[in-house]
Design a protein around this ligand. Sequence first.
Ligand SMILES: NC(=O)c1ccc[n+]([C@@H]2O[C@H](COP(=O)([O-])OP(=O)(O)OC[C@H]3O[C@@H](n4cnc5c(N)ncnc54)[C@H](OP(=O)(O)O)[C@@H]3O)[C@@H](O)[C@H]2O)c1
Length: 278
Amino acid sequence: MPGGESSWGIVGWLLLIAAGLLHFLEDPSSEPEQLSMNKNIIALREGYRKLNRSCFILGASGETGKELLKEVIKSQLFHKITLIGRRKITFEDEAYKDLVQEVVDFEKLDDFSAAFQGHDVGFCCLGTTKAKAGEAGFIRVDHDYVLKSAQLAKAGGCRHFNLESSKGADKSSSYLYLRVKGQVEAEVQELDFERYSVFRPAVLLCDRQESRPTEWIARKMLVPISYLFPSALSVPVTTLVRAMVNNMVMQNDKRVELLDNKAIHELGKLGESKNEHA
Ligand SMILES: NC(=O)c1ccc[n+]([C@@H]2O[C@H](COP(=O)([O-])OP(=O)(O)OC[C@H]3O[C@@H](n4cnc5c(N)ncnc54)[C@H](OP(=O)(O)O)[C@@H]3O)[C@@H](O)[C@H]2O)c1
């Protein structure tokens, strides 16, 4: 890694202190209420399986999406899983043989409305970065494609929409990334799904193949912090997807749920196997 070791050390310590503060300042009421009501996640998953539901995943080729796909296939929660993306994904494993893949042009999503029809549950793990797509490209993917997909899903009968947003999402933020995330969260909420779950993870701990230097540095610096204060600034992607699935099988009366990084950690712990690494 380039740069002087001593300055990285100072930044590291500052982050460590900030993480500690954040950890202790986190609002305890943000813990999911479902947690206290649900002791047996295995039974809940079995109950959900009997509902015979179908789902779609947007962004299944990405870090979160592919882990989420693994989780829903392993748990056999759906009778039909549809991947909606801009390209077909190749899978070697037999477990993936029954997947349906809908290849769409996100610039002309209205022409592909059929792809969004008839799914009970939708997961949206779409996203890009300003570095990769430029400012306009980032807004197109993280706002326009997400919102349009949600609209088509709602029109197609989707009852439960799950959106992967981001820690700090805020439609009034002066920071583009957080503002766009906050705006799309709010606009999807206006669609009034029967159930709308928004996940706001911090930095995802995953083994990303694609080169993203800033994220790589952040992740390396977060290793000691995540060890000491697991839920402060990061979350393993495996924990996130388990939280998404666990949350889904826990029926509740809330139409809109906002799950922050701490809630994601709490929910994601349920059903975790030992020696698991992100
Ligand atoms: N990475 C983090 O630390 C972090 C933290 C908090 C929140 N988030 C948010 O969580 C979400 C998922 O993050 P991730 O890191 O798992 O994502 P990722 O690995 O970058 O995957 C993004 C997905 O979006 C698709 N996509 C990107 N650009 C597209 C375009 N122009 N047209 C159609 N599809 C496009 C990708 O498809 P292709 O494979 O075809 O490119 C891929 O399936 C994002 O919204 C991100 O902002 C990320």
